[in-house]
Design a protein around this ligand. Structure first.
Ligand SMILES: *Cc1c(COP(=O)(O)O)cnc(C)c1O
Length: 423
């Protein structure tokens, strides 16, 4: 399927007159519509809730939009918890799914009334020491080990992953938690990232549903919720088949009715913690072509770099590129689209066929709405970009300004001799 930008060249030019490139742009209309589709796909489950994975797009303006549509927030660090609180999202609207968690993060999660998801059995005692008791509602993270293969053939290697508890540990953990006063229990597992097809959640659901029955039979503990976590993928490439969330919801429902309902567990709530699927397609990195270079290859140099979007450099990920205003021009020029880092992996595209790019062209890098801005860093003294929201009425709003050198130097503020860097 042809991938089209959610913004026109004219609109992008209008924004750039106020906010220079590079910046990440988000599409409010797309975000809201997608949440409604997700909620509708799982509406068969009365207690369904999507806890948006904050790490994907940690911006309070985005979080508020998702929250208005009915999402909770999945936080995994102290500052992500602070962000949720600042956005007015607290209590059971927060799932705290962290690992190797410091005590002060458990304290803050507990103070906010978040649902805490324990990554390991040893964290029961650690949590108790940190907050003085065990919360009434508590969740445990499961890792089935081995190699995980979905019916679609997608594989990952949970046995090699640092997360979660073994089956024996998790059963023991629920018993200990019950003895320490916990009353409501959940289970969580995250096994495969960026999945394609519509079977991953249903396959994971079957694994968890069967375990939930085993837990009930072995310990007498009846779980309240099952958290399928994240992992639903998006079509980064034009030829990728998009996931069909309606089908995904129906597939989970079929397993729910086959496995849980006959076991008398029809009132269990299903939760998800999607990041990529909620935001990925509804963000783009806009950058301007500022150089071209012809040596052993042909290069287009842009004003963004891997510090603004790390995925291509880090994972070799494909991000589709559209040259705004040249949507229908033939892609007959082979180039590398590169940023300014002193790192040869700072390439947004390698040997990509694109329309002939002129200096000044606006390059639209697709699908940066999740794990895009948030993975940014400051290597080479490069600064993080602004974030802009394209609203439903097509007006726009700056929702995070770009960093300035002052931000970069702010951690030298304890040294008077460097104060001039902070002016
Ligand atoms: C990263 C993460 C998610 C979101 O994953 P996506 O692939 O973006 O859907 C959800 N839950 C936890 C615990 C995570 O670490």
């Amino acid at each position: 399927m042809k991938k089209l930008p959610f913004v026109t060249k004219e609109k992008a030019q209008e924004i750039i007159r106020t906010v220079p490139t590079p910046f990440h742009l988000y599409d409010e209309e797309g975000i809201r519509k997608n949440v409604r589709d997700v909620l509708s796909a799982f509406s068969w489950n009365k207690g369904f809730k999507e806890y948006f994975a904050v790490k994907a797009t940690p911006n309070p303006f985005i979080m508020k939009i998702l929250s208005e549509e009915g999402c909770g927030m999945d936080c995994s660090s102290y500052t992500e918890l602070m962000l949720a609180e600042a956005a007015g999202i607290t209590g059971k609207e927060i799932m705290f799914s962290a690992n190797e968690t410091p005590a002060e993060e458990y304290e803050l999660a507990n103070r906010l009334g978040a649902i805490i998801n324990l990554d390991d059995i040893t964290h029961i005692e650690y949590l108790e020491n940190a907050i003085g008791s065990i919360p009434e509602t508590i969740s445990c993270r499961y890792n089935p080990g081995g190699v995980y293969e979905t019916s679609n053939g997608i594989m990952d290697n949970p046995g090699d992953a640092k997360y979660g508890m073994t089956k024996e540990q998790i059963k023991e953990a629920y018993k200990i938690l019950r003895d320490k006063g916990a009353k409501h229990f959940g289970i969580h597992a995250f096994l495969v990232s960026n999945t394609t097809g519509n079977d991953y959640y249903a396959d994971l659901a079957r694994t968890l549903f069967e375990l939930v029955i085993e837990i009930k039979n072995d310990t007498g503990i009846k779980l309240d919720f099952i958290n399928l976590s994240g992992g639903v993928g998006i079509p980064y490439k034009p030829d990728d088949e998009p996931c069909d969330i309606k089908k995904i919801g129906e597939n989970v429902r079929a397993v729910f009715e086959e496995v849980l309902v006959p076991a008398g567990l029809a009132d269990i709530n299903i939760y998800t913690e999607m990041g990529r699927f909620m935001m990925g397609p509804y963000g783009a990195l806009l950058t301007t072509a500022i150089h071209e270079k012809h040596t052993y290859k042909d290069y287009v140099g842009v004003d963004a770099c891997a510090a603004n979007l790390m995925r291509p450099a880090m994972y070799g990920s494909y991000h589709h590129i559209t040259v705004l205003g040249k949507e229908d021009a033939p892609c007959d020029t082979k180039v590398d689209v590169v940023g300014s880092l002193c790192e040869n992996n700072d390439k947004f595209a390698i040997d990509r066929y694109l329309p002939k790019i002129e200096k000044g062209d606006i390059i639209y890098i697709h699908d940066t709405g999740a794990h895009g801005f948030s993975m940014g860093y400051n290597y080479n003294g490069r600064l993080r970009s602004a974030e802009v929201l394209l609203k439903e009425d097509k007006s726009f709003e700056l929702i995070r300004r770009a960093e300035t050198p002052k931000d970069y130097f702010s951690t030298f503020d304890i040294f008077p001799e460097y104060s001039k860097l902070l002016k």
